[in-house]
Design a protein around this ligand. Structure first.
Ligand code: CP
Ligand code: NVA
Length: 304
């Protein structure tokens, strides 16, 4: 891997080795075995949008590996306004060992990668959230989930997180069932790419159909960052797509509930479900740290 821009870049084997490395780094950190392969190395973290989990886990992750992180607000550096995106990538490449970016447009991530001479990591764009997907499948992997047998229901918006979950899930062999209101489906190119990766991905407008017999039920906000002007229309369109107790009754009794967070409680998910015994949302959040350390380590292998 030179960059990590899309969950569609990871093969099944590459994903499985990231999970093993993430487990090793997680267990190592907890037991005091703490390798520091990034000693003397610096990563730039560019944020055009707000973040809690991603910012903290990237900063802490780089620190845990012995490196340093420099936070850059998109507005402060004027990404694409004060200076062109290619020029920002060329300049940063002279000073830092990796560029991580959370951007509005996926084209910005592509432009950073095209022009950088150091690894670029997508920390969320309008099209994908690949680090989230690695952490989420790592969360299932460490619970012993058999990807060839797992049925995953995505309920809600066919958004950036959905795209990454579908692309990586398909490579892992999962049976993915996506339920979205008409007009809010995942990008057809993502569905086609997922099917080309060998996965079973089906689309329905009926949440019950997607959730029936599911091992995992995943949801995300109805209004993503950058879509705030559409909030009212979306609340109406998604009203039938709330993950709540009655919907969860269609899933297996052992089903896990996933959410990338932040949650809009009472909209896409109810408190009792998010805080209930099936929810692994906080495990997902914890695993962002270790999964991303694995991604960074894989991208920088051979640096020092
Ligand atoms: N899940 C996630 O990326 O959270 P943040 O937006 O808080 O970083
Ligand atoms: N779909 C959400 C995910 C946040 C982590 C958004 O893009 O705002």
């Amino acid at each position: 891997m030179k960059h990590f821009l899309s969950a569609g870049e990871l093969s099944r084997d590459a994903a499985l080795s990231l999970f093993s490395l993430a487990a090793d780094l997680k267990n190592g950190w907890k037991s005091g075995r703490r390798p520091t392969p990034l000693t003397g190395r610096t990563f730039a973290l560019i944020f055009e949008k707000p973040s809690l989990r991603t910012r903290v886990t990237f900063e802490v992750g780089v620190n845990q590996l012995g490196g340093r992180a420099v936070y850059l607000a998109g507005q402060e550096i004027g990404l694409g306004t004060r200076e062109s995106v290619p020029d920002v990538a060329r300049n940063l490449s002279r000073w830092v060992d990796g560029i991580c970016a959370r951007v509005f447009s996926h084209a910005t991530i592509d432009a950073l990668a095209t022009n950088a001479t150091v690894p670029v990591i997508n920390m969320l764009s309008d099209f994908e959230h690949p680090c989230q997907a690695v952490a989420d499948y790592f969360t299932l992997w460490e619970r012993g989930v058999d990807f060839a047998k797992v049925r995953i229901a995505w309920v809600g918006d066919g958004n950036n997180v959905c795209h990454s979950i579908v692309l990586l899930g398909a490579a892992l062999g999962a049976d993915l069932r996506v339920a979205c209101p008409p007009g809010y489906e995942p990008d057809p190119a993502v569905m086609a790419a997922a099917r080309a990766r060998g996965g079973s991905v089906t689309l329905t407008t009926e949440p019950d159909d997607a959730v029936r017999g599911a091992d995992v039920v995943y949801t995300d906000v109805w209004t993503s960052m950058g879509q705030e002007a559409e909030k009212a229309t979306r609340q109406e369109a998604f009203a039938r797509y709330q993950v709540n107790g009655p919907l969860l009754n269609f899933a297996k009794s052992s089903a896990l509930v996933m959410h990338c967070l932040p949650a809009h409680r009472g909209e896409e998910i109810t408190d009792d479900v998010l805080d209930g015994p099936r929810s692994v949302a906080l495990d997902q959040a914890e695993n962002r740290l270790h999964a991303q350390k694995a991604i960074i380590a894989a991208l920088t292998e051979g640096l020092s």
